[in-house]
Design a protein. Structure first.
Lengths: 632, 100, 474
């Protein structure tokens, strides 16, 4: 069977979006949710079929679009490109996307804007597919900003506040959405500049033209470094890395399925995808690649520290996402592209699972999100508890769960390249295990501290949760490590488009690294358990510094937000000033002539009479002189 | 017979008196009288020339000026009366609203 | 086709006079008919591949000709003008009390604008240029707000001052270059170079910088928009009147390529600064119309950046942006008008309008996204090409202009959320959603913005041969 046309991927969700946005008001009950889920499922089927049938990369060109940025000055076309990397990405996007759509049908059932919500979700999936399938950087940018737009719409979905939380809630949600969009735009400018420089250096922005056929790209080292740094700025914005990280925790203002889909599983990993997609450039730019790794490590640490003492069930997960994205950046920055993508995939499984489990808890507790008012839910929500436990074990890197293999691959790669970064990674793993343990024990163990009446959700909750839980358990087996004598299937598949580095570590060293990673995971969970028993878990380490995410938001508001607003106001004042200056200049110029004229026009009859007399006299003098001059 | 130049001289003197009156007087009525004086100086000059050249065209011009002057007196005095009613004054220096 | 273009240009003016003469109750349909017919004729011309140059002497002794041609960029801009004029006419009937006079003004202005784009004679261009000003002034004078007279004087003074310098330059071009007529084709045969050329270029620039507008000659713009009739009808037409970019591209740069080249760094910097400055000032605005005015200023800065850079991609992008910003900026002005009709002011601080009028809010939001150049909408094609092309010439200036994309997101979303998101204050009037023709007034321009955001070939077909024929200007 041949590969299906690539435009089918985004078409289904886009049609779903069109139907729901135009006809949403005529749909009753949960119809809209099923339409949207069906559209994503159709895309998933296409993605799965193409995944199985894909041999050589496939390139479909549609219609022309941007002036003059393809090779030889031709107009750039809209086109799609499917290789092994994008095939894996499409599977994750549509697969996890479908499960989250199904979950949302139950979760959003009572919302008055049910159809609108699914329209936006479909819009997001469609644009995300365009992002990963784009055959050129500008088209990728369409998806890139498009998913940002979808994210904006969904973070701000409850723009007027949710339930009875009222006006403040509305303002906060709106601000969170706006912040996400603007910070993404900062990154997007970097992405654009990267494209501009790439065009200057290579004369085209079409990905197959750039990278295919083994042709070596010709440019100076500095050019490569600069292009990659620009692209890094873009990736940092989208993936919420330092220093553009603060929008992601705020983005939790959106409905929980949105957090699971956009702000954990798919959109925020686009930065990792961008770096992996541009690997021929990054391979020529060692300094920029190191920057990717360093930023990744720092962000991983930052996210982990900030997650230690959060009280919001979703914010802990959000900072955890920031931290895990840092891991992925660390991997791709060190050239371990397959390990980065591997962690991207497993993270999509267990983080979507954790978010949906959190959604289930929030749903059960009637919108309660503070972990201090939870506890003891293991008995009341057995299914949610079971899948959450799997998720926690997976993210903590406990063996056989998915996170163990992918995290291990990254840490091994880091140790090989730069032991300091490995040390940071290990510390982050420890912190991760602790705060996830804290999350788990506060929510599910001990005594219930709230006042709601928890109840498990229906089958539409159960199916996605169980599916993701199974994937979180077995998902790691696609990338089993070599040193245990397995073949790494993911590496074999992605190895056709991504470079695979042969490890130089001995089997003994690999064992040691693995044991160290597992040990810190167990220690982290163990410390959480001990403090749980001691009853001191609610107040995590570092108190306010952690709770306020190391004061980064305050720093930005002071260093950027306020000066910008002040400058805007100053410019406005100045503008009225410029106006005044121009008018003033005109007045100054007009003044002398005007004064002369107004002296003449005194309003006194006698002066007018004198003028007449003088005029007459002048005329008569003229004629007199002419007569005397002898002309007559 | 008195020579034409004498008429012209008288006309010039009358015109000058009228001119000075217009420029120095502040009462609207007196300025008005001075203007009349200037008009009649011009009339005198026209009549004198008409006789000197034996051409009646200038005489017709004089008739037109006289009728115009009559009309002007009627309207002008009416304006002055109205101004006086409004302002209780006919001093033209008080009427400088049109200055630029 | 060639005869049709004269009908195309003058039909609106004739219709305007007819509408003015008709009794009040019967003005609506003739005006709409004329607007639709004009657009139809324009599309016919487009389908026929454009209209060729027609040149007949007009004032023989002075060398003034009536030369018109509708092809390429001119045709694109003329079509957009005819399209938006029709949209504006439809909305005028809904939003303006006693719309007859306004309809006449709008139609009269359309002829001026179409003439600007069609003329291939400098004096004819000047005539149309000033001709379009009169209805614009009359709209402001007849329908403007309380402080309209200062705005009117300012608008008139800026424009006329610039035009005066342009007129002097026009005369200078012919005199110094020694061309027999003012027709563009003749003048191009007799180019003025050297110092004189630079001075004449600056003369053109003065007029175009006012009409582009370019910092610091933009001060008339916010007042003009703020004081115009709140329905946004006049503002949408005013947006169409921002023809400075076209004038530079079609006349000033071909006539004075060396001067344009020499002044390129300066002008690009100025344009990029205008883009950033406009966006930043927009951030501080609390009135939708002032905000839109500055947003337009920011776009025009990018248009200028593209055209001044003399780089083919950037010039193409600049013209693309110039053409299509009319569509979404114009529609946004009309959307502000709709908001004003419902809540009684154009202030941004209302809150929660979307909870009561989702269609109005949704369409407005989509148009805003087109305006801040979200990819997939028409604004992006232009802005991306401008910045990409400008980067090839001067990276730092492109970066400066690129910063405006961030600022644009900030001002647009901030104002949007204050009006449409958040919570509707208690006790405020209930906002009704869109009805009937209002849907079309917003949705049709949005559809155009989407269409030309994803499928730009028809427009590029009109722009690119022209840009190439200039050899990229440089």
């Amino acid at each position: 069977m041949s590969v299906l046309p690539l435009w089918l991927y985004p078409l289904f969700p886009l049609l779903g979006f069109a139907v729901l946005i135009l006809g949403g008001r005529f749909l009753r009950g949960t119809t809209a949710g099923w339409i949207a889920s069906g559209a994503v499922l159709a895309s998933f089927v296409v993605a799965a079929l193409n995944y199985l049938n894909l041999g050589a990369p496939r390139h479909d060109v549609l219609w022309s679009w941007l002036p003059g940025v393809a090779a030889e000055g031709r107009n750039l076309s809209v086109g799609f490109y499917l290789d092994q990397l994008s095939a894996v990405m499409t599977l994750v996007v549509t697969g996890v996307g479908f499960l989250i759509h199904v979950f949302s049908i139950e979760y959003m059932r009572t919302d008055p804007r049910f159809a609108r919500f699914f329209a936006f979700l479909n819009f997001f999936v469609s644009l995300m597919l365009i992002l990963v399938l784009a055959d050129s950087y500008p088209l990728m940018f369409v998806g890139w900003e498009g998913v940002g737009l979808a994210s904006y719409l969904l973070i701000g979905f409850w723009f007027a506040g949710h339930h009875d939380h009222g006006a403040v809630d509305g303002v906060n949600n709106s601000n969170a959405a706006r912040k996400a969009f603007i910070m993404n735009r900062v990154g997007d400018l970097g992405f654009m500049l990267g494209m501009f420089l790439m065009f200057q250096a290579f004369g085209t922005l079409v990905i197959p033209q750039l990278f295919e056929g083994g042709a070596e790209l010709q440019a100076g080292r500095a050019t490569f470094e600069l292009i990659c740094l620009f692209l890094l700025v873009g990736a940092v914005g989208k993936s919420a890395q330092l220093p553009l990280t603060t929008w992601l925790p705020d983005a939790m203002a959106g409905p929980t399925p949105v957090s699971a889909l956009i702000h954990a599983a798919t959109m925020v990993t686009a930065g990792v995808y961008l770096v992996a997609r541009s690997h021929p450039l990054f391979e020529q730019a060692p300094a920029a690649s190191t920057w990717v790794a360093v930023i990744g490590a720092l962000t991983a640490l930052y996210g982990a520290i900030s997650a230690l003492n959060q009280y919001d069930i979703k914010k802990i997960l959000a900072f955890s996402t920031v931290s895990q994205l840092g891991y992925m950046f660390l991997a791709v920055g060190l050239g371990a592209y397959t390990a980065g993508i591997f962690h991207l995939v497993t993270h999509a499984f267990f983080k979507a699972l954790l978010f949906l489990a959190a959604g289930s808890v929030i749903h059960a507790l009637s919108e309660e999100q503070d972990v201090r008012r939870m506890g003891g839910l293991a008995r009341k929500l057995p299914l949610t508890h079971a899948v959450s436990l799997i998720g926690v074990l997976a993210i903590s890197g406990i063996p056989i769960f998915a996170g163990f293999f992918s995290k291990d691959a990254i840490l091994a790669g880091a140790y090989e390249a730069q032991p300091i970064l490995w040390g940071v990674g290990l510390l982050v793993a420890l912190l991760t295990a602790f705060y996830m343990g804290r999350w788990y024990f506060l929510v599910f163990r001990g005594q219930y501290r709230g006042s709601a009446h928890p109840h498990e959700g229906g089958p539409l909750f159960a199916v996605p949760l169980v599916t993701l839980a199974v994937l979180s358990v077995v998902g790691g087996f696609i990338g089993l490590p070599h040193f245990l004598g397995f073949t790494n299937r993911l590496e074999g598949y992605l190895g056709r488009v991504l470079p695979v580095e042969e490890t130089t570590l001995t089997v003994g060293a690999e064992w040691a690294l693995t044991l160290a990673a597992v040990a810190v995971g167990v220690i982290g969970l163990g410390v959480a358990y001990l403090r749980h028993r001691a009853g001191t878990l609610a107040d995590g380490p570092l108190r306010n510094a952690s709770l306020r995410a190391l004061y980064l938001d305050d720093l930005y508001d002071g260093a950027v937000g306020r000066p910008s607003r002040a400058l805007g106001a100053a410019f406005d004042a100045m503008d009225r000033g410029v106006d005044g200056a121009v008018v003033g200049t005109a007045e100054v110029l007009a003044e002398p002539s005007g004064r002369a004229a107004s002296f003449w026009e005194s309003g006194y009859v006698r002066t007018y009479a004198v003028s007449m007399l003088l005029g007459t006299a002048a005329v008569m003098l003229y004629w007199a002189f002419r007569a005397l001059g002898g002309h007559s | 017979m008195v020579g034409t130049e004498w008429y012209i001289a008288l006309s010039g003197v009358l015109f000058a008196i009228g001119m000075i009156g217009v420029m120095t007087r502040r009462t609207a009525v007196l300025i008005f009288l001075s203007v009349e004086l200037m008009l009649n100086a011009a009339n005198l000059a026209l009549v004198a020339f008409a006789r000197a050249w034996g051409d009646l065209t200038a005489q017709t011009a004089v008739f037109i000026v006289m009728t115009l002057a009559a009309a002007e007196v009627a309207i002008g005095l009416a304006i002055i009366v109205t101004i006086f009613r409004k302002r209780a004054s006919t001093n033209v220096d008080d009427l400088a609203e049109l200055k630029g | 086709m060639n005869a049709l273009q004269h009908v195309f240009i003058f039909l609106p003016l004739v219709a305007s006079l007819v509408v003015g003469l008709l009794p009040r109750s019967q003005r609506a349909w003739p005006a709409l008919l004329a607007g639709a017919a004009t657009l139809g004729i324009g599309l016919l011309i487009w389908a026929g591949g454009g209209a060729d140059l027609v040149s007949v002497p007009w004032v023989r002794t002075l060398g003034i000709t009536y030369s018109v041609e509708l092809g390429g960029v001119s045709l694109l801009l003329a079509l957009v003008t005819a399209f938006m004029t029709l949209v504006v006419l439809v909305y005028t009937l809904r939003a303006v009390e006693n719309p007859g006079t306004m309809l006449a003004y709008v139609l009269a202005m359309e002829t001026g604008l179409l003439g600007i784009f069609a003329s291939r004679d400098l004096v004819l261009f000047y005539v149309f240029f000033e001709d379009a000003l009169i209805p614009a002034l009359l709209m402001l004078a007849t329908y403007g707000g309380a402080r309209r007279m200062p705005a009117l004087v300012k608008f008139g003074a800026y424009t006329l001052f610039g035009s005066l310098l342009m007129l002097i330059s026009i005369i200078g071009v012919k005199l110094i270059g020694g061309s027999p007529t003012f027709a563009l084709a003749d003048l191009l045969q007799h180019r003025v170079t050297g110092a004189a050329g630079t001075w004449l270029f600056l003369g053109f620039l003065a007029a175009m910088a006012v009409k582009l507008p370019l910092f610091p000659l933009h001060a008339w713009l916010p007042d003009f928009h703020e004081q115009n009739h709140p329905s946004g009808v006049a503002d949408a037409m005013g947006t169409l009147y921002k023809v400075g970019g076209y004038g530079l591209f079609a006349f000033a740069i071909p006539l004075f390529p060396q001067a344009a080249e020499a002044l390129r760094p300066l002008l690009m910097t100025l344009a990029a600064f205008t883009a950033l400055y406009g966006a930043w000032v927009a951030f501080a605005q609390t009135d939708w119309k002032r905000l839109l005015a500055y947003a337009g200023l920011s776009h025009m800065g990018l248009v200028g950046l593209g055209i001044f850079s003399l780089q083919p991609i950037a010039v193409t992008g600049g013209l693309y942006l110039l053409a299509f910003q009319n569509v979404y900026t114009g529609a946004l002005f009309l959307a502000v008008g709709m908001l004003w009709q419902r809540v009684g002011s154009t202030d941004v601080r209302h809150g929660g309008v979307m909870t009561q009028a989702p269609a109005l809010a949704g369409l407005t939001m989509s148009l805003w996204f087109a305006s801040i150049a979200v990819p997939g909408l028409a604004g992006f094609v232009g802005e991306f090409s401008v910045l990409l092309g400008a980067y090839q010439v001067a990276p730092w200036i492109a970066f400066l202009g690129g910063l405006s994309t961030i600022a644009a997101a900030a001002y647009a979303l901030t104002a949007y959320q204050r009006t449409f998101w958040q919570v509707r204050p208690e006790g405020s009037t209930r906002v009704l959603d869109l009805r009937g023709a209002e849907w079309a007034v917003l949705a049709v321009p949005l559809a155009a913005a989407i269409l030309f955001g994803v499928y730009s070939q028809p427009a590029l077909n009109l722009i690119q041969p022209f840009v190439r024929s200039l050899g990229g200007g440089a």
